[in-house]
Design a binder for this molecule. Structure first.
Ligand SMILES: [Zn+2]
Ligand SMILES: [Zn+2]
Length: 374
């Protein structure tokens, strides 16, 4: 192009020529100015090469030199031609943004040369913060609007659409960036870590001592064995069946358990009451199972443990006594009690005067501890 030669003209001279007071140009319709941009472009380019990103310079130069697609003739065309460059340099730090605006407008605005500078600064700042601080998107809109307003009409229409889009994108970003905030992320990771550690410790503790998760409640003399409180009364069918269920499960594992039948001996019921005072408000119910001084639960809990296979592991690890235990006792058959020989189970014995008094040897049921196994 003929004008391309003007590039080589002394830059300073041109700058002088094309730097009139901005006010003098405000009356012009920018679109009506024919091709001054080429001259100005080269001026601006040579004048402040540092402000113009290489990409845009190249683009402009190529546009200028291009024969095939006719070089742009109006500002619309220029901005269109530069449009594809914008997305790439917008996200980049300050300078790229400065460049395009100063570079392309100057031609348009040798006139507005002075004016655009301010907006440009603001603009670049806003993008700068977007880039580097990520989270500070809110101040941006205002800055951008200012920028737009001070721009020439042409620029406005183009830049608005372009600047808005990052804005809209940006609107979504704060939420994201808050989530990705390093402190929040770190905090979350630490919590997860702590949670995992706690879980692992719990699991290890349970592995070391499978009973560790059960409350420590030791029936008298039950620190080293399995104690079950049951009843042989069939008053409440469910209770009776539960007792049988627990017994059956323990026998399946061949555990030498210590059965304490509360219907045989009131002392057992008191024991149980005391043990479970904190656990049960309604008063103790049977069956209740204690393994090595830990309260495991009732029939439901034991059945569940048995079904999951944990009961076997617990019994193995705790090394409870196996065998028939008291069930093999010749004297009581596992009942722990035998009828009182003193009173024959009637709890009454003849006193000296022929009166009948309470037998002192047996319990309220006329039973005494089995002399063989107790
Ligand atoms: Zn016995
Ligand atoms: Zn007696």
């Amino acid at each position: 192009m003929g004008c391309s030669s003007s590039k080589r003209v002394d830059a300073a001279a041109i700058a002088d020529v094309y730097r009139p007071a901005p006010a003098s140009f405000t009356v012009f319709d920018i679109n009506s100015i024919q091709e001054p941009w080429i001259v100005v472009d080269s001026t601006a380019h040579q004048q402040k090469p540092t402000h113009v990103p290489a990409k845009i310079l190249e683009k402009l130069n190529s546009l200028e030199a291009a024969e095939e697609p006719a070089p742009p003739h109006s500002w619309d065309e220029v901005s269109k031609a530069l449009e594809d460059l914008k997305p790439t340099f917008q996200p980049k730090p300050v300078t790229p943004k400065l460049g395009p605006i100063q570079q392309s407008p100057p031609p348009a605005a040798q006139e507005s040369l002075v004016v655009p500078k301010k907006p440009n600064l603001g603009n670049s700042k806003s993008f700068h913060t977007l880039e580097e601080l990520d989270a500070k998107l809110s101040p941006k809109p205002t800055v951008l609007r200012k920028t737009e307003s001070t721009r020439s009409e042409l620029k406005k229409s183009d830049s608005k659409s372009e600047l808005r889009s990052p804005l809209v994108d940006g609107a979504g970003e704060p939420a994201k960036s808050v989530k990705e905030n390093i402190f929040i992320v770190r905090d979350r990771l630490e919590r997860e870590k702590e949670g995992k550690l706690a879980n692992i410790e719990k699991i290890l503790a349970i592995k070391r001592d499978p009973l560790s998760e059960y409350p420590q409640k030791c029936p008298p003399g039950g620190a080293d064995t399995v104690v079950i409180y049951t009843t042989s009364l069939q008053g409440v069918r469910r209770t009776y069946e539960d007792c049988n269920r627990v017994r059956a499960i323990l026998e399946l594992h061949r555990v030498a358990y210590d059965e304490r039948d509360v219907s045989f001996h009131g002392g057992f019921l008191s024991e149980l009451k005391e043990l479970l005072a904190a656990e049960e408000e309604v008063g103790p119910r049977v069956p209740r199972v204690f393994i090595k001084g830990r309260y495991v639960g009732g029939a439901e809990e034991v059945a569940e443990l048995n079904d999951s296979g944990r009961l076997g592991r617990i019994l193995c690890r705790t090394g409870v006594e196996r065998g028939v235990g008291r069930l093999g006792c010749q004297g009581c058959g596992g009942a722990r009690f035998v009828p009182c020989l003193e009173c024959g189970g009637s709890c009454k014995v003849a006193a000296e005067g022929g009166d009948k008094v309470r037998c002192t040897k047996c319990n309220e049921n006329g039973l005494v501890h089995c002399p063989t196994c107790f």
